[in-house]
Ligand binder design. Sequence first.
Ligand code: B12
Length: 210
Amino acid sequence: MTTHVLVQALGDLEEAAVLEQVQRELADGVPALTVLEELQKGMVLVGERFECDEYFLSELIFAADIFKQANSYLAIDLEQRAGRMIGAMVLGTVKNDIHDFGKDIVGMVLRSNGIEVVDLGVNVGYERFVEAVEEHKPGLVGISCLLTTVYEDMKATIDALKAAGLRDQVKILIGGGPTDQVVADYVGADACCRNAQEAVDAAKRLLGVG
Ligand code: B12
């Protein structure tokens, strides 16, 4: 298995090498979720280089573009296995945050595991979550966040669901780069997931289906 190559190639912004490697690994039978994990690690590497001023916003945007292209190969693989529907989730990236790759991947993987996903997009206002829960009556709400500056917005979203009397009707999953159990406890979520597979496991557990 040569997945380390992928982490490094994405970290180094080698577009052609990333796309070739993704296709090679999928052809070799490496599961799409494993390839995805390596791409995620590559993005962490990009983020670290951005943080220490080795990369700037233009590199961040270029990395995002490579990631998106690589992801399109995975999407085909992941979407092929749809099954019986076991529940629904209202999903969005929290207010003041526009990162959406993680959210999109989680949405795609949940769908392929039988969870209907209502995707509200990015920078989703607190009341928009409330309205969507009232309209779609899902068992789950998913909130994505990549910025440490938006924890308060995540908390405010959950507080808005409480104020509308909806908190007890849903289980809330959070995720995204900087989130962990401490953040989940602070904002009042039921679970924090580090990747798409954890999201599937937590969603099934919280829905009581496995
Ligand atoms: C790509 C990227 C961008 C792209 C986003 C493109 C897009 N359409 O999403 C662009 C270039 C636009 C961007 C912009 C910015 N970015 Co940016 N970005 C990144 C980068 C490099 C990768 C993020 C990513 O896509 N990762 C890959 C995905 C697949 O991983 P993931 O999101 O973690 O998702 C997985 C899990 O977390 C989980 N998950 C995710 N969401 C959810 C939701 C639920 C419900 C569940 C259950 C699970 C779950 O499952 C996913 C799949 O496995 C990170 C670096 C990093 N370390 O993360 C910085 C990073 C997040 N960005 C950062 C910053 C500062 C910014 C900007 C403010 C820069 C600027 N000065 O303008 C702006 C943000 C503007 C805003 N208001 O949002 C900082 C944040 C620092 C901080 N402490 O908050 C980071 C950490 C870089 C850094 N190290 O400094 N960014």
